[in-house]
Ligand binder design. Structure first.
Ligand code: CMP
Length: 140
């Protein structure tokens, strides 16, 4: 399979606990290459636009507040089958259901404060990458 790219966020609950390096180690051990990365502090409006697809969900307000509480690390990960591979490395959205060894099993605190976000398809990855990065910032 050809190289694929996916979008990832290391969320506030993880940056607050200084877990960026530990999470990046999991990505790299799985064969994912970090081809772009930056630490930013989103406003609630910026988080709201990113999570627009969830605007009608009951947890939307809480989600936007959480994602703008502290800095996040936004990233582009590259590898074979990167979208699916990253989802494997992250584990289930709810840490209580995540497999042993996954990022969420080891680090997540709750379904809301679940340490990482990863794109659910290659199509959404392209949209999410374009929201945070200019093409010149992606260095494969
Ligand atoms: P993420 O992959 O970033 O995509 C949407 C996020 O919404 C999800 O991870 C969770 O952090 C959050 N989320 C999903 N379900 C709930 C819930 N029931 N309560 C609070 N947050 C949720």
């Amino acid at each position: 399979m050809a190289l694929e790219r996916t979008f990832s966020i290391i969320k506030p609950d993880a940056t607050e606990r200084n877990l960026t390096g530990a999470i990046n180690a999991k990505f790299e051990e799985a064969g994912l290459r970090i081809v772009a990365q930056k630490r930013i502090h989103m406003t609630q409006a910026q988080a709201g636009k990113f999570y627009d697809v969830h605007a009608e969900r009951p947890f939307y307000g809480e989600l936007c507040e959480f994602m703008s509480r502290s800095p996040v690390v936004v990233q582009v990960l590259e590898g074979e089958n990167a979208v699916a591979k990253n989802r494997e490395v992250m584990g289930a959205t709810n840490p209580a259901e995540a497999d042993a060894g996954t990022v969420r099993k080891e680090f997540a605190q709750s379904i809301g404060e679940n340490s990482v976000h990863g794109s659910d398809s290659a199509e959404n990855a392209a949209i999410e990458i374009a929201y945070f990065f200019a093409g010149i910032e992606l260095v494969g």
